[in-house]
Design a protein around this ligand. Structure first.
Ligand SMILES: C[S@@+](CC[C@H](N)C(=O)[O-])C[C@H]1O[C@@H](n2cnc3c(N)ncnc32)[C@H](O)[C@@H]1O
Length: 257
């Protein structure tokens, strides 16, 4: 049997690693690095290497790095392109397992934030096992998500008493009916989709850029009042270091009864 550990490492704060993650890091014979081209690649690699240095010390381990295929952004069908991309990534992981692990070994994959939130690794491994790989098992070690870090940094609860929370993407929030939003956490927004909700009048935003990391920026307030400032902060961070990861909570203010 070969075992893969999907280890959530939090969203950029080395102190946000859990004890379970540190123990799992100690168990792996080899670490797989699946590197995405593009924004932030080098810093994300550096962060993972720092974690290994800190928590493996002198204990030796192997690493195997592959470049992840880019998603086809030209083709019109978004779902088809994502499915194809997932298939190619699954095949790459299968190759790493076949070529970089001996029978009985354990591999670690350091997953940004938590593996259950907008990350493909769990599905890739489920697909491999369902396709007949009886020699394989995997474990998920949860991490602090960028959403938890956002709420902690702003010192807010994600919902007020009894309310629902939606977790969604920039792509989806652009299509959403503004009236349907009570508490919406938005991720994967590369085009400042919050601007679409300006003028709704009673929406607050709690925005975070690179939360938990050394370049963290936090801005909160009525959406109409702070939207410009947020867009400027995004542009500034991109100009300064080439990339930014941001997320935010949109919250409708209670209506006067
Ligand atoms: C592919 S998803 C991965 C999410 C991750 N698994 C998690 O648990 O947070 C990447 C998105 O997460 C959000 N994100 C990740 N790290 C972040 C950070 N440090 N600060 C703000 N947003 C972050 C951004 O919306 C980014 O586009």
């Amino acid at each position: 049997m070969k075992t893969i550990l999907l280890i959530g490492i939090g969203p950029g704060d080395p102190d946000a690693l859990t004890l379970a993650a540190i123990k799992a890091i100690g168990r792996a014979d080899v670490f797989f690095f699946l590197e995405k081209e593009g924004e932030g690649k080098d810093s994300l690699i550096r962060f993972r290497q720092q974690i290994l240095q800190t928590h493996r010390g002198d204990q030796s381990y192997r690493t195997a790095t592959v470049a992840l295929p880019e998603r086809d952004r030209e083709t019109a069908g978004y779902v088809g392109a994502v499915e194809d991309w997932h298939r190619r990534r699954t095949a790459l992981i299968a190759t790493l397992i076949d070529t970089e692990m001996a029978e009985g070994e354990t591999a670690g994959m350091l997953i940004w934030g938590d593996p259950s939130l907008y990350d493909g690794a769990i599905q890739h491994l489920r697909d491999l096992i369902e396709s007949g790989r009886a020699d394989l098992s995997f474990e998920v070690i949860p991490g602090i998500t960028s959403i938890q870090m956002l709420a902690a940094r702003h010192k807010i609860p994600l919902n007020r008493i009894g309310e629902s929370i939606t977790i969604t993407t920039g792509r989806q929030i652009e299509q959403a009916d503004p009236a349907s939003i009570t508490n919406a956490v938005v991720m994967l927004d590369s085009r400042a989709a919050f601007r679409r909700l300006e003028g709704a009048g009673d929406v607050d935003i709690y925005w975070g850029g690179d939360v938990g990391g050394p370049d963290e920026i936090l801005i909160a307030g009525p959406l109409d009042a702070v939207a410009d400032r947020i867009e400027r902060a995004i542009a500034l961070q991109r100009a300064r270091k080439g990339w930014i990861m941001d997320n935010y909570l949109l919250r409708r203010r209670p209506q006067p009864s």
